[in-house]
Design a protein around this ligand. Structure first.
Ligand code: FAD
Ligand code: SIN
Length: 525
């Protein structure tokens, strides 16, 4: 089976949906989502979306905060561009019907999070992502130029490789012609030929045992682009959110937003000490990498399983009004946050690196764009400033759309691409191996490639992963395609890239902290 389109958008989160809405004014768009349209990382975002709104905030301050949080490893042109274009993208969201909370005077109620020197985070209660996803999903469903395939899984990108040519990463003329798409209900694979292809597949949290990310976050876009011989970078910078609710066995881990600390909540250890003051003058509101490392250290020293977030000194009515979801979720576990401390632990949350993309979202493969969390743009450097990722996705979706529509008339579809070759045969009894390897991989990554690393741990992880890689590739060759098996294969690929890039960085920098090399800035734990 084959289909044709102008724009193939893989992913229906903030990045994919907002790209689709802009591109649909110029051509036919097909959105592919491997789950339900709304099941995205975007939907789970809590704290909000950063943009300079009012005096005394300024673009200069947002730029400085972003670069400082990123440990100076950011691309300063990119930071400046994103910060300057952010207000226009917020206007887009508002005109699409997204509601942000306002204060009594009608001004937007701005929150503050770790590393921000000003209040600049627009939000909708503590479920901003759900509100954004709601509005975007409604709009894409209504658009006459947009077709949506839910429960369809992108397996691989189409390049000259599929025309029988040898494609090396060093080649500068690799081109993307679309993708093979697996229908999870019928198990059929369709060849989608597209003039422009966009990977907006989100993050990789599922690589770890404990993550705030939903199950869809399996790094598919990164693995697909890597297999297509595109360039992937900065994979060692994995952000662990300091405060996910301690609720063993529950996936994904429920996030306790950093905005709660911006609202005045403080971290305490089991002895009741506000331990963050020992690590950073900004205390509980230090940037994420610093807080996560400090918590990791406290837990290792004390042997405790969690630390506490204390909201009990805050105005109870305002607390419940501003954070209704967190209040409700904690109550289901018998915790009244107005009176009791919340037990929290760090959890894998966000990938700063990914598919290398330029300022228009173009990957190193022609006709292929990478936008949103899957991309590595240079905005976040070695550590992302809180609430900078939704805005990055919107800014790049806009730029990629504006850039790609100009190229549309110059690109021909490549009809010589063959259809998917259904090799292999079904092996249902061996699916247990997939589940088992999935678990093992998560354990390896959590135990050896977590917040604190070392050469020994990284090498051990690589050796262990190698075995799982070989078994899984063997299984993939023998089996009929399935979403679970493809995701495992992609995650192993992503894990490999994380370890390799971590191994190559012979220093501690931001989110990559290793006991074998000192921090560039001399911060030690
Ligand atoms: P996503 O929203 O994750 O969308 C990915 C899409 O790709 C999904 O539709 C998925 O089904 C699809 N997909 C993936 N692989 C395939 C495949 N192989 N085939 C077909 N479809 C595929 N950021 C902020 O700025 N502010 C916040 O307050 C904030 N809070 C957060 C809270 C939580 C709990 C989490 C998990 C993240 C938070 N983030 C926040 C980060 C932010 O939500 C994400 O980085 C952002 O939403 C990513 O958007 P995206 O469009 O790139 O990807
Ligand atoms: C949060 O609300 O703490 C998450 C914000 C983010 O990841 O940017």
């Amino acid at each position: 089976m084959r289909e044709e389109t102008d724009f193939l958008v893989i992913g229906s989160g903030c990045a994919g949906s907002s790209f689709a809405l802009k591109a649909a004014e110029f051509g036919k768009v097909l959105i592919i989502s491997k789950a339900e349209l709304k099941e995205t990382n975007t939907r789970y975002a809590q704290g909000g979306i950063a943009s300079v709104m009012y005096h005394p905030d300024s673009f200069g301050k947002h730029i400085r905060d972003t670069i400082k949080a990123g440990h100076g490893y950011c691309n300063e042109d990119v930071v400046s561009m994103v910060v300057n274009e952010a207000p226009a993208r917020i206007d887009d969201l508002i005109s699409m019907g997204v509601y942000f909370d306002r204060d009594n005077e009608g001004k937007y109620d701005l929150a503050r999070e770790g590393g921000h020197s000003e209040y600049r985070v627009l939000h909708h209660k503590d479920n901003t992502g759900e509100e954004i996803q709601r509005a975007l999903s409604e709009k894409v469903k209504q658009h006459p130029n947009i077709t949506i395939y839910e429960n369809h899984f992108a397996i691989d990108l189409l390049t000259q490789h599929h025309l029988g040519e040898k494609v090396k990463r060093s080649r500068s003329d690799i081109r993307c012609y679309g993708a093979y798409i697996f229908d999870c209900s019928t198990s059929e694979v369709t060849t989608i030929l597209s003039k422009i292809t966009v990977v907006a597949t989100g993050g990789i949290g599922t690589l770890y045992e404990t993550t705030t990310n939903p199950l869809i976050a399996t790094g598919d876009g990164i693995a697909m682009v890597y297999r297509a011989k595109g360039i992937i970078e900065n994979m060692e910078f994995i952000q662990f959110h300091p405060t996910s609710l301690y609720d063993p066995g529950v996936r994904p881990s429920f996030l306790i937003t950093e905005a709660l600390r911006g609202f005045g909540a403080v971290l305490r250890n089991r002895a009741g000490e506000k331990f963050m003051n020992r690590y950073d003058e900004r205390g509980s509101l230090a940037p994420r990498d610093i807080v996560a490392k400090a918590i990791d250290n406290e837990l290792k020293v004390s042997g405790d399983r969690y630390i506490y977030l204390d909201c009990t000194h805050l105005d109870a009515d305002k607390l419940v009004n501003n954070f209704p979801n967190i209040t409700g979720k904690c109550l289901t576990l018998g915790i009244d946050i107005t009176e009791e401390f919340i037990p929290v632990v760090p959890a894998a949350h966000y990938l700063c690196g990914g598919v290398k993309a330029d300022m228009d979202g173009q990957s190193t493969i022609d006709s292929l764009y990478a936008i949103g969390e899957v991309s590595s743009t240079g905005l976040h450097g070695a550590n992302r400033l809180a609430s900078n990722s939704l805005i990055e996705a919107l800014v790049y979706a806009h730029r990629a759309a504006m850039h790609s529509v100009k190229r549309l008339n110059d690109i021909e579809l490549e009809y010589r691409i063959p259809d998917w070759n259904f090799k292999g045969y079904s092996h249902p009894e061996e699916m247990v191996l997939v589940t088992q390897n999935y678990r093992e991989m998560q354990l390896i990554m959590s135990n050896y490639v977590g917040i604190v690393r070392s050469d020994l741990r990284l090498n051990r992880a690589l050796n262990r992963l190698e075995l799982i890689y070989k078994e899984t590739e063997e299984l993939y060759r023998k089996s009929l395609v399935s979403r679970k098996l493809c995701e495992l294969r992609n995650l192993i690929n992503v894990g490999y890239l994380v370890i390799k890039m971590a191994n190559n960085r012979r220093e501690s920098l931001g989110l990559h902290y290793t006991i074998d090399y000192p921090d560039r800035k001399g911060i030690e734990f």
